[in-house]
Every structure is written in structure tokens, then in C-alpha cells.
Design a binder for this molecule. Structure first.
Ligand code: AMP
Ligand code: ZN
Length: 115
């Protein structure tokens, strides 16, 4: 499995950096965001390193794993009134950590457009 030893989220996947894990399987890890933007803010990452979703194209095991984990965690977190899934990509997309990740946000009303 490809990883980047310098990557923050690879280090979280490998438990070299602590995080509050809420879900894990063979493909993904889901953990609490360190700077939450909503009452529930979970980051879901593939265990393999991809810089962004463009690099992960066609890796359907990982892409499905991210989405299915998000729905499972949303149910576990009782987000019955709704939630938002976000994948920031690249500079204009606001991506700050270059390891593909899916944000799960919930517990408050979301705004649109997101800004
Ligand atoms: P993005 O801006 O889409 O690249 O998202 C990166 C997210 O990772 C931000 O919401 C950060 O708050 C979050 N983050 C950065 N470092 C950590 C960490 N050590 N543990 C948990 N979340 C982190
Ligand atoms: Zn990584």
C-alpha cells in the first residue's frame, strides 16, 4: 500500500500521530477534525496515500470506502436531520492537507453557497 512517510494523514492512519478515531476498516480511517467547523466534524481518509481525488480516480475501492464510511458515521452521530460532505481539492478548492479526505459536517444548519 502506497503511503508518504512525511504526510500528516498517513501518520494519523499509522497511529504515529494521535487522533480521535470514530470509525476504521481495512480501507479508511475516520477521526475528529482538530479545528471543528460544526458540532460534528469528522475527517475520513483512505489508508493509502493519494494527494487528492484526482489522483484517486478509478480507485473505486477507496472511493466507495470513503462514501460508505461517511454514511455509517453520519448515522452513528445521529445526523438524522442532514449533513454535508465536502472534498476540498487543490489551491482554489481550499485543500490544505495533501492527502485525499472527505469532510463530514453536521449538527447545525449549513449555508449555501459555501463561500
Ligand atoms: P482541508 O482544508 O480540506 O485540506 O482539510 C484539512 C483538515 O484537516 C482541516 O479541517 C484541519 O482542521 C484538519 N486537521 C489538520 N490537522 C489535523 C490533525 N492533526 N488532526 C485532525 N484534523 C486535522
Ligand atoms: Zn498521506
Amino acid at each position: 500500500m502506497h503511503q508518504d512517510p512525511e504526510c500528516l494523514f498517513c501518520k494519523i492512519v499509522n497511529k504515529e500521530i494521535p487522533s480521535e478515531v470514530v470509525f476504521e476498516d481495512d480501507k479508511v480511517v475516520a477521526f475528529k477534525d482538530i479545528d471543528p467547523q460544526a458540532p460534528v466534524h469528522i475527517v475520513i481518509v483512505p489508508k493509502e496515500h493519494f494527494n487528492n481525488i484526482i489522483e484517486a480516480q478509478d480507485n473505486n475501492d477507496y472511493l466507495n470506502g470513503l462514501l460508505n464510511a461517511a454514511v455509517k458515521v453520519a448515522k452513528d452521530q445521529n445526523l438524522d436531520d442532514g449533513f454535508r460532505l465536502v472534498i476540498n481539492t487543490g489551491k482554489e478548492g481550499g485543500q490544505t492537507v495533501e492527502h485525499l479526505h472527505l469532510h463530514l459536517l453536521g449538527g447545525r444548519n449549513m449555508q449555501w453557497p459555501p463561500g
